[in-house]
Design a protein around this ligand. Structure first.
Ligand code: KG4
Ligand code: ZN
Length: 357
């Protein structure tokens, strides 16, 4: 990454998100806020395979990204000449999918004579709550819960990240997706589990809360997965799972994940002596998780911030926003910049004042 001393006062940034199965494109203006935002979800393409097929994902990003760029320009009333920088997701994610976004972003930036910048997908999620009217203030603890990550991070500023704990096996979203598959629900399973859980009997099953009695801030969801599988097997021994069985299992599963996340968030805030929690990533769209965190944290004199549901899951707005902050500080790609399917967030450079990190 190139960094120069010149900082600018205002920028209009185009953001491209293509790390997995959503093509997201947005235009963010550092003075006027989010001007336009377009998303194409590939869910229908992958649903018959029960998960994301990387090659199909890449091909569809090729088809959709440029039309979505044209769409956000039309929706915002801006023209290409107005754009001051292009941000794209450079990782973590699927290699081919990342390459599509990176290639297009750099080609557009080159053609327009503006800088391009590769953004870290999880930093995008982490900063998505900043798009809301009431944005959280640093320092805070962030709970990042997506299909690929479950992390607790201390955040002292943009690029000042300290990993406090993470999942030792499946991510929370992945656990939702796998539990959904066991119940015969389509991918991605989180929203389906959440919907079925509404009709579930909370008294019927009591699923374990993984790792809550051990000290520390790491997570593990593989035991819960096995417990779910065994419960499904027990319930379907004599007859196929009934609709009520599925609702009851979904309810117990969701409650176990929510309770585990709440316990660890409260522990992280106490450990860091902070009273602000930021939650982001696909699983942060879960209504029960939001309510449970609000209820638990109010007792601690702490607050939780999260993005609007549309910005919890993958989207272009979070990439445009995160990219705009770094482009404004003079950061940009250089000839050596590569996409990174694996990329620890702590490796990101601070935005400014590194001595404070
Ligand atoms: O952040 P995201 O869109 O993509 C990644 O970066 O992984 O997160 C997708 C994950 C999926 O595992 C999906 O099942 C989960 O977020 N998810 C939910 C809900 N909405 C999406 N999990 C639980 N409850 C939801 N309402
Ligand atoms: Zn994501």
């Amino acid at each position: 990454m190139r960094s120069c001393l010149i900082t600018v006062l205002k920028m209009l940034v185009l953001g491209l998100e293509t790390s997995c199965d959503e093509t997201g494109v947005a235009l963010y203006d550092t003075e006027r806020g989010l001007l336009a935002d377009a998303l194409f979800s590939q869910v229908d393409i992958h649903v018959e395979y029960g998960g994301v097929v990387p090659e199909l994902a890449s091909r569809d990003h090729v088809r959709k990204t440029l039309p979505l760029v044209e769409q956000v320009l039309a929706d915002s009333g801006c023209v290409a000449d107005d754009i001051d920088g292009v941000a794209y997701t450079a990782g973590p994610g699927l290699m081919g999918a990342l390459m599509v976004g990176a290639t297009l972003a750099r080609a557009l930036a080159w053609g327009w004579g503006v800088p391009a910048l590769g953004v870290h997908h999880m930093e995008g999620h982490l900063l998505a709550p900043m798009l809301e009217q009431e944005a959280p203030k640093f320092p805070f603890v962030a709970l990042l819960v997506s299909g690929g990550h479950t992390q607790l991070v201390r955040v002292d500023g943009i690029g000042c990240y300290q990993l406090l704990g993470e999942s030792l096996d499946d991510a929370a979203g992945e656990a939702f997706d796998k539990a959904a598959k066991m119940l015969g629900l389509p991918y991605p399973g989180g929203p389906h589990i959440a919907r079925m859980a509404l009709d579930g009997d909370p008294e019927r099953f009591d699923f374990p809360r993984p790792m809550v009695n051990r000290p520390g801030l790491d997570f593990s969801f593989s035991g819960l997965k096995t417990y779910t599988l065994n419960t499904v097997a027990n319930c379907s021994r004599d007859a196929a799972l009934s609709e009520q069985d599925r609702c009851d299992i979904a309810r117990a599963f969701e409650e176990a994940v929510v309770a585990t996340l709440v316990i660890k968030c409260r522990r992280a805030l106490r450990q860091e002596a902070l009273n602000t929690l930021v939650m982001a990533g696909g699983v942060s769209a879960n209504t029960n998780l939001r309510h449970a965190l609000e209820k638990a944290l109010v007792k601690e004199g702490a607050r939780v911030f999260y993005p609007a549901p549309a910005y919890c899951t993958d989207n272009g707005a979070m990439i445009a926003y995160a990219g705009a902050q770094r482009l404004m500080a003079g950061q940009a790609d250089n000839e050596e910049t590569q996409v990174r399917p694996r990329w620890p967030m702590e490796e990101l450079p601070p935005l400014s004042q590194p001595e404070k990190c």
